[in-house]
Design a protein around this ligand. Structure first.
Ligand code: ATP
Length: 241
């Protein structure tokens, strides 16, 4: 990373009705970084991503992206500012082909040549999708659908990619492929990534820094390799006895 803050959350509180899901989240993602957000079930990781992408509105706190406040700004606006969110459970359009899914992802991009260039770029990252350009999305494997969900999110050429559990339900080979591509996108393309993962081991291997969440709060943060060595983290999230 360059050390320039791209995304900053300060004391962010988000609720589902009366359920207090985020209890004062403060975190920074610098330009060029991969930041991992790890933690157990119900910790608030997904809610953090939803709050950043505008799917949910924080009740209080400050949220800024490239120096501009984004709290309360509609999701489609935030996307146009360069933040793309791949939600949990790879929500592709199952009746549409791979190509059609990508075209839908690019609906805000008006220039046809730009769309075509980005489709080809996506096929470069995911050759599997090129082979299956005309296959209906819903008939692809889980891993292929995850690739498609990421490729679709890239159609808007995001500066910041929010990835929610990209490894969920995938075989080890696919998990590795997905993580490789995330790393490549970051190192070769300069895309900044905020990565939510239950698979903390893998996430900490590709991340520069990490935040550990528990019951709506940040419990620990630091350099990913240090977090991976932390005894409490190892016990809680990395399967150490
Ligand atoms: P997981 O790893 O299990 O997906 P998470 O860290 O992503 O968990 P969130 O999904 O952000 O956690 O949930 C945070 C808290 O908010 C949990 O207590 C959860 O039950 C609650 N919550 C999430 N979505 C809703 C909702 N739609 N309505 C009410 N409560 C919700």
């Amino acid at each position: 990373g360059t050390g320039t803050p791209m995304l900053e959350l300060h004391d962010v509180h988000t609720y589902y009705g009366h359920i207090h899901a985020l209890k004062g989240i403060t975190m920074t993602v610098n330009e060029g970084e991969i930041v991992a957000l790890i933690g157990g079930n119900g910790a608030g990781k997904t809610t953090t991503l939803r709050t950043i992408s505008g799917m949910m509105k924080p009740r209080s706190g400050a949220l800024s992206y490239q120096g501009k406040t984004i709290a309360g700004i509609p999701a489609h606006h935030i996307m146009q500012m360069g933040i793309s969110h791949v939600p949990e459970g790879r929500r592709i359009f199952p009746q549409l082909t791979v190509r059609e899914n990508l075209d839908v992802g690019a609906y805000t991009v008006t220039d046809k040549a730009t769309v075509e260039a980005r489709v080809q770029e996506g096929f470069g990252y995911f050759p599997r999708l090129k082979e299956r350009e005309h296959q209906v999305g819903g008939t692809m494997s889980g891993g292929e659908q995850q690739m498609l969900a990421i490729a679709r999110a890239l159609m808007v050429a995001p500066k910041l990619l929010l990835l929610d559990e990209p490894s969920m339900g995938l075989s080890p080979l696919f998990v590795e492929a997905i993580f490789d591509i995330v790393q490549k996108l970051n190192s070769e393309h300069g895309t900044t990534v905020l990565l939510v993962e239950q698979n903390a081991n893998m996430a900490l291997q590709i991340a520069h820094r990490a935040y550990v969440m528990q019951t709506g709060e940040i419990k620990l943060s630091g350099i990913a390799s240090d977090i991976a060595q932390d005894e409490s983290v190892r016990k809680a999230y990395l399967g150490d006895e």
